[in-house]
Design a protein around this ligand. Structure first.
Ligand SMILES: [Zn+2]
Length: 472
């Protein structure tokens, strides 16, 4: 008998706080991280009777820009709905959201098909840990929140994590959100079910409030295993909402899931219906040519970078900006691709390691590129290049000036090298004798000493030949 194969099916829901200047339906500053509670508030976001919401065009434009980047279809008819529920962090007793007519439908990102993207308002923040009372801070109330829903087309935790990472990168590239997960600016929920080979779809379990990529992957992997275990033992998975315990690394029951029916959605009568398909933001991408992360990776791999190096550069904000600038200059100057590849390699290894030591970088992309050209032309050895890089990282001196002034240009001047060889052989005459006596490895020591005295500037091959000749 063959064992049943269980297949997991995962759909994601992601909430992203958009980085607009003002809130979604009022003029208050959009600053959910303001530490002084209830400073960015007004009658609209405090839900005073009679106050009227006015949709934020910049927030809608941000959603449309995102839509253009992922190939989604903008709505020709859209509206805002009231999602009714009672909670102290939602003083209107409803959240303005979109139900039947989201701004965007379809599109895909990192191979994952999107169902819909809509816009809503964030809730206030409540605190229950200060005493036997609760506090509510309305700075976050009304912050524009983009909600993205994927089709249930993901089957493993790693793919879900990769999707979330790519989403963050795209949002940052477009400049519509910072999407810092650790600050709650991007929150992931995963709907996970497990079915067997007989094709019977499993019961969907929702895991909420995943605030890091690690949590997304950990919670999904845990939940798949848990549901498989339940099914294997003959039990059934109950439909519920679960939370993720980051310390115990397990999901736990929170509450049974509300359905759309419980919210009694209905169109908000105060906000006009919209046709946003002709909005300028949707064509903005083509006009100003924003390079998306995937476009950059393709471009870099065409230039000869490895997939790993391209991924590393595109995923890191500093590397991405710095390398873009280096690359632009190299292409404009029609430098060979090998120089660009050298730049990528020195950036991701040496330069990043210099910066990680807390050095304040002043090295301009121009001078960095000049150093790469010197390596490529064989003007300096890689050993010298590393030393110069460490130095000009903070001073931004011209690398050629540094190399010339210190006599670090690769030396092929045989008469100069010859006197260096003679000096080393005299200094280490015992080792030289060992070599002459047949100990071949002694040569490596002498060569090392000679390289050291040239401060890495000697051409190692020429130096070796001269040394062998001298010792004959
Ligand atoms: Zn307000």
């Amino acid at each position: 008998m063959s064992e049943k194969v269980y297949q997991a099916t995962i759909g994601l829901e992601v909430h992203v706080e958009l980085a607009t200047k003002s809130k979604m339906f009022c003029g208050c500053k959009n600053d959910p991280h303001e530490s002084e509670p209830n400073t960015h508030v007004c009658p609209v976001c405090l839900a005073h009777p009679g106050s009227l919401p006015v949709p934020n065009e910049a927030a809608i434009a941000a959603v449309l820009t995102f839509g253009a980047a992922v190939g989604a279809t903008p709505a020709t008819y859209s509206e805002f709905d009231r999602k009714n529920y009672f909670y102290p962090d939602i003083p209107k007793a409803y959240q303005l959201s979109q139900y039947a007519f989201p701004f965007l439908t379809g599109g895909s990102l990192k191979g994952v098909t999107l169902t819909r993207v809509h816009l809503e308002e964030d809730t206030a923040r409540s605190q229950h840990d200060k005493g036997d009372f609760s506090l509510v801070d309305f700075n976050r109330a009304g912050v524009p929140l983009m909600e993205l829903v994927t089709e249930p087309v993901i089957h493993d935790a790693v793919t879900a994590g990769d999707f979330a990472r790519e989403l963050q990168l795209v949002l940052r590239t477009l400049g519509v959100a910072k999407a810092q997960m650790e600050r709650g600016e991007m929150r992931v929920e995963a709907n996970i079910s497990v079915s067997d080979t007989e094709g019977v779809l499993g019961t969907k379990v929702e895991v909420k409030n995943l605030n890091s990529f690690k949590s997304v992957e950990g919670a999904i992997a845990f939940e798949i295993d848990r549901q498989v275990d339940v099914l294997k033992s003959g039990g059934s998975v109950s439909q519920e909402t679960r939370g993720w315990d980051e310390v115990k690394l397990r999901t736990f029951t929170q509450r049974s899931k509300e359905t759309a029916k419980d919210y009694r959605y209905f169109p908000d009568p105060d906000i006009p219906k919209m046709d946003i398909s002709k909005h300028i933001a949707f064509s903005r991408l083509n006009d100003i040519i924003i390079e998306l992360p995937e476009d950059k990776r393709k471009k870099y791999s065409n230039l000869g970078l490895t997939i790993n190096t391209s991924n590393q550069i595109v995923a890191d904000e500093f590397s991405d900006t710095y390398f873009s600038s280096v690359c632009k200059r190299a292409l404009a100057a029609k430098l060979p691709n090998e120089v660009v590849v050298l730049a990528a390699n020195y950036l991701t290894s040496d330069l990043l390691s210099i910066i990680s030591k807390g050095v304040e970088l002043t090295l301009t992309p121009e001078h960095f590129l000049e150093l790469m050209q010197m390596i490529h032309a064989g003007d300096i050895t890689s050993r010298v290049a590393k030393d110069i890089l460490t130095e000009i990282a903070v001073s931004n001196e011209h690398p050629r000036t540094v190399a010339t002034e210190r006599g670090l240009l690769r030396s092929v001047d045989t008469s100069a090298l010859m006197s260096l060889v003679a000096a080393v052989v005299t200094e280490f005459s015992a080792v030289a004798d060992e070599y002459k006596g047949g100990k071949v490895t002694a040569l490596q020591f002498l060569l090392g000493q000679a390289m050291k005295q040239s401060r890495g500037s000697a051409d190692p091959e020429i130096l070796k030949q001269l040394l062998i000749e001298y010792l004959k």
